[in-house]
Design a protein. Structure first.
Length: 218
């Protein structure tokens, strides 16, 4: 009798059909349990919020949700809702957010993806609950380049010469600056009148645009 181990004489144990079915069911149940457990864990450790924005250009599902620049969550989906956009996102509920917090779409740089920032940071008081809704009057979007260009062009046109004011609204004021001190009062009154006549929305828009331009500086 040969003492050499002959692998050809090995036989695989027989597997019945019932064993295969039971094994398959166990694997499927394990996968389902893992998915349910992950979904339940996510639901217990995250708050889901819906925010309405006038527009969501260059914002996508998966983009970050931040508080003071720190990532705390992500965007789940973006969908139209009439004349506005509905953004559903979640954040880690270990971070407390004020119940009246605002949501702003930020553009950190020209190459980085946009994100949603929740502000102000929590310092006390009511806390935002799960399934909260942030209305459009508490959301903000960045000024787009086309809007910035059109607004600047409109302001420059408004400040330019017209048939009624060939020198433009500032022409007389600049000339008055070279006149004697007794003309200073009229200079100040003229500047004050021009600012008072300027629509409040234009002043606020111009201030926002100046902030956006500061962000673009290297």
């Amino acid at each position: 009798m040969s003492t050499i181990f002959n692998i050809r004489n090995l036989k695989m144990p027989s597997v019945t059909r019932a064993s295969v079915i039971i094994g398959t069911l166990i694997v499927i149940l394990a996968l389902v349990a893992a998915l349910v457990g992950h979904s339940l864990y996510k639901r217990l450790t995250n708050n889901t919020v819906v925010a309405y924005f006038p527009e969501t250009l260059a914002l996508y599902a998966g983009d970050k949700v931040t508080i003071m620049g720190v990532k705390v969550g992500a965007i789940d989906k973006i969908e139209p809702a009439g004349d506005k956009m509905k953004v559903t996102f979640h954040y880690d509920n270990s971070y407390k957010v004020p119940a009246n917090a605002t949501a702003s779409i930020l553009n950190p740089s020209l190459v980085a993806s946009r994100n949603i920032q929740l502000s102000p940071p929590f310092t006390g008081g009511p806390v935002m609950e799960n399934n909260a809704v942030i209305p459009i009057d508490r959301t903000q979007v960045p000024v787009e380049y086309d809007q910035l260009r059109d607004s600047i062009n409109r302001i420059l046109t408004d400040l330019g010469p017209t048939p009624e004011q060939p020198k433009g609204p500032f022409g007389d004021i600049i000339e008055s600056a070279a006149k004697p001190p007794d003309k200073v009062g009229k200079l100040i009154d003229g500047a004050r009148k021009w600012l008072n006549d300027m629509p409040t929305d234009d002043i606020a828009r111009l201030a926002d645009q100046v902030k956006e331009l500061k962000k673009l500086r290297p």
